[in-house]
Design a protein around this ligand. Structure first.
Ligand code: WT7
Length: 569
């Protein structure tokens, strides 16, 4: 296979040389840039917002929020005051340091005010994606014993308050608020815009992101305050954020990209940050790029592929000349997408690889490096990555194995919430095992090959097959279900379910639709199977585990491999 190479341009000429940066960067040196290195007083909300006001940048725009034709802008000073007000509201109702405070709302300025406000109290924030339905919300709040949820009038109906004994405060942002709920806007109006920030330790909790695995419940990945060190430096070096940049990360804060790179990295770098509400369409996204004069844009392969599918005259209608740096994350960035990016934007699209668990960039197309289209690039300066076999031995170049990272980067998760065995299972010796397979070429570029488990990556989101299977079998017609990711040209993978029906149910198209809607309404839209296939029975191990590997082989017409553990009666 011929690899296309896209040379580094003088666009990023002021960026450090990769090899020098990799050799010289020490996390300790980066920490020294923060005042807490000496004082020991740390708080992410202070470092992202208040510090810049004290440094004389209060009037600089921190946030442009765009919803259709409406743009609201807030300076760093206004962000400070609004988050102080939110902090006062939360503190007055009894939210305390270390409490788990979930935020369950669509992107709006209030989402950012309340998130920062909760951080100012020293609470651990748990962001939830607005498409989550009751079961997904319940699992996360229950597992983390959350004290508080901040949500909207539209979404509060999906919070099963009666089933959550630890939940003390239901804060509703909106105009229709019941008596037993806390009316955020009412309290907010009268709240003081001054607040004494709770100073924390760098190992204190910051954010709890739930992510899917191949088995069991979603896992609560805990990040701590110190993550800011890596989020800051990757914002500076990889996103290449500069004083005058207007930066747009398209991810929702319900996912880690939307917090690490939609909140922390840009504001740690004192950058003007863009948030766009509403739904994706090529027109609305290009309109946002044009109207807000976005210079640095961080999105995902699935979005680029959808934009690629839109007709050429759409792009011609917009002036995208402000763009200078484009990045991607979430799934493999296809070489044809990089090529298309060169054609239409006249810019290289820089792939970045990392995970919820890693908290920040790990392998990147560093701006001053040549891009080999299809490669994730090289380890972030300060990070050591390699390929190891299942026993923990390092493999030579061009051999496929487990993508592994040397323990000890600042943004690494510190805990899987209340699940030490799970946390420990990520490590072999000093190596963190990512769950991805990859190889490294002779020049040190990493090439992604796939997940080693059954986790499905659909439209850049990780969904666990087990969670969907569990929902499916709740449907009265479903006897058993097996879920796999089926390759899809736009979404990377789609969720496909194989279902064996209970006796008395007919395999009809109506039933497929009913089951699909059942998952959509019960779990989340992105988890609903786009394809369903009925089978008389499903392949299982003798211990009763569905063999997704066999389902995948059926789907792709591949050999199913070792079937010795299969129960064949
Ligand atoms: C998994 C992590 C952290 C950002 C978004 C997803 C896949 C992520 C890439 C990439 C190929 C990628 C991996 C990884 N992934 N980036 N550039 N190329 N695959 O976070 O939900 O924690 O999923 O996403 O499989 O393990 P996540």
């Amino acid at each position: 296979m011929k690899v296309e190479i896209y040379k580094a341009t003088d666009q990023h000429a002021n960026m450090p040389n990769y090899d020098e940066a990799q050799e010289n960067l020490s996390w300790d040196e980066v920490e020294k840039a923060f005042s807490w290195y000496d004082t020991g007083k740390i708080n992410m909300a202070y470092e992202t917002i208040d510090r810049h006001v004290h440094d004389g940048y209060g009037d600089k725009i921190a946030l442009h929020y765009k919803l259709d034709d409406d743009i609201q802008s807030y300076t760093f000073k206004e962000m400070m005051e609004n988050s102080n007000k939110a902090a006062n509201v939360l503190k007055d109702i009894g939210v305390k340091k270390g409490d788990r405070v979930f935020i369950f709302m669509a992107r709006s300025p209030e989402l950012y005010f309340t998130l920062l406000g909760a951080l100012k109290i020293g609470a651990i924030v748990g962001p939830l994606f607005e498409a989550f339905m009751e079961k997904a919300v319940k699992d996360r709040l229950e597992n983390s014993e959350a004290s508080t949820i901040i949500t909207t009038s539209e979404l509060v109906g999906r919070v099963p308050v009666d089933e959550l004994p630890d939940l003390q405060h239901v804060v509703v942002v909106g105009d229709q608020v019941d008596e037993d709920q806390i009316n955020f806007r009412e309290l907010y109006q009268d709240a003081s815009d001054e607040f004494d920030i709770e100073w924390l330790d760098k190992e204190d909790g910051l954010i709890l992101h739930y992510t899917s695995g191949s088995t069991g419940q979603p896992k609560g990945v805990l990040h701590v305050q110190e993550a800011m060190v890596q989020q800051y430096i990757s914002g500076k070096y990889v996103l290449d954020l500069k004083e005058d940049d207007i930066y747009w990360c398209t991810a929702d804060p319900g996912w880690v990209t939307g917090t690490s790179y939609g909140i922390f990295a840009p504001w740690l770098n004192r950058t003007t940050n863009v948030v766009v509400g509403g739904r994706f369409s090529p027109e609305s996204w290009y309109d946002a790029l044009e109207k807000l004069k976005v210079t640095v844009w961080y999105s995902a392969p699935t979005a680029f592929r959808m934009l690629m599918g839109a007709s050429d005259d759409i792009i011609e209608k917009y002036d995208l000349s402000s763009l200078r740096h484009v990045l991607s994350v979430g799934e493999p960035l296809n070489p044809e997408v990089v090529k298309w990016g060169m054609d239409v934007y006249k810019l290289r699209i820089h792939d970045t690889w990392w995970m919820t668990e890693t908290g920040a960039h790990m392998i990147v197309n560093f701006p001053s490096l040549d891009i080999k289209a299809g490669s994730m690039g090289k380890p972030l300066p300060g990070v050591e990555a390699t390929i190891i076999d299942d026993q923990g031995n390092e493999l030579p170049p061009n051999r496929m194995g487990n993508l592994a990272l040397k323990k000890g980067w600042p943004a690494m998760m510190r805990e899987i919430w209340k699940n030490k065995p799970k946390y420990d299972s990520y490590f072999i010796g000093d190596w963190y095992i990512s769950g991805d397979s990859a190889y490294k070429d002779e020049e040190g570029y990493f090439w992604f090959q796939g997940r080693v488990d059954d986790v499905i990556m659909t439209a850049g989101e990780r969904v666990g097959p087990f969670e969907i299977e569990s929902k499916l079998v709740e449907h009265e017609a479903v006897q058993e279900a097996g879920v796999i990711g089926k390759p899809d040209p736009i979404r990377g993978e789609i969720v496909k379910a194989f279902i064996a029906l209970r006796e008395g149910y007919e395999p009809t198209d109506e039933l497929k639709e009913e089951i699909r809607v059942f998952v959509k309404n019960g779990l989340a839209a992105h988890a609903a199977p786009r394809e369903i296939e009925f089978k008389d029975s499903l392949p299982k191990t003798r211990s009763g585990k569905i063999m997704r590997r066999v389902l995948k082989a059926w789907e792709l017409d591949l050999p199913a491999g070792d079937l010795s553990s299969m129960d064949d009666n």
